[in-house]
Write a protein that binds this ligand. Structure first.
Ligand SMILES: [Zn+2]
Length: 190
């Protein structure tokens, strides 16, 4: 189960909502779906990202790298929306009006820098959900479908309940989501 504990949720935080930091300002909008606006660093390979989250389009990933950026952006938006719907179905919690940000940093070190900007200390995990900003942060290098599903579950749970459940309760639920997604991926041979 230790492998499942790859995230960190921040439910409450005292900071200026208007503040942004250099690490985040360097991100560009990659795609805008129904449920997420997706930002990434300039050189981010969207085709590689789609493969990391096991997105299958018309049954094949073979031609992804030859697609134009606009095509890839729409596929990315679709992939993240699909994952959101899958997590909602597993949780049986549906927040149809939800929209948040997903920010993808290049690696754990960049992720840790963002975390340090908010909290003043480093961070050793590969992703986190920051509820006051309604934003998921993730390291591209370490990103997996299960990890993203885990963080999306935090976002859904935190928006569904008037008072978000305590972090430990959320970790149990989100760990279950991650486990279920991993199991489905393995069963599908992905
Ligand atoms: Zn978590």
């Amino acid at each position: 189960m230790r492998k499942l504990l790859i995230c960190f949720i921040v439910l409450g935080l005292c900071f200026c909502p208007a503040s942004t930091f250099a690490q985040e300002e360097g991100l560009t909008l990659l795609a805008k779906g129904k449920y997420f606006s997706i930002y990434g660093y300039r050189q981010l390979d969207i085709a590689a990202l789609l493969q990391k989250i096991n997105f299958t389009y018309l049954g094949s990933l073979n031609n992804l790298s030859s697609r134009r950026n606009n095509d890839l952006s729409s596929l990315l938006a679709e992939a993240i929306d699909n994952l959101y719907s899958e997590v909602s179905d597993i949780l049986d919690i549906h927040v149809y009006s939800y929209h948040g940000d997903l920010k993808i940093l290049s690696d754990q070190s960049s992720l840790s820098s963002v975390f340090r900007n908010y909290f003043g200390s480093g961070f050793s995990e590969r992703s986190f959900y920051l509820h006051p900003r309604n934003t998921i942060y993730a390291s591209f290098r370490d990103l997996t479908e299960g990890m993203l599903g885990h963080e999306i579950a935090h976002a859904i749970i935190s928006h569904y309940f008037v008072v978000p459940p305590p972090a430990k309760v959320q970790e149990v639920l989100c760990g279950y989501i991650e486990y279920t997604i991993l199991k489905k991926s393995k069963a599908a041979g992905r």
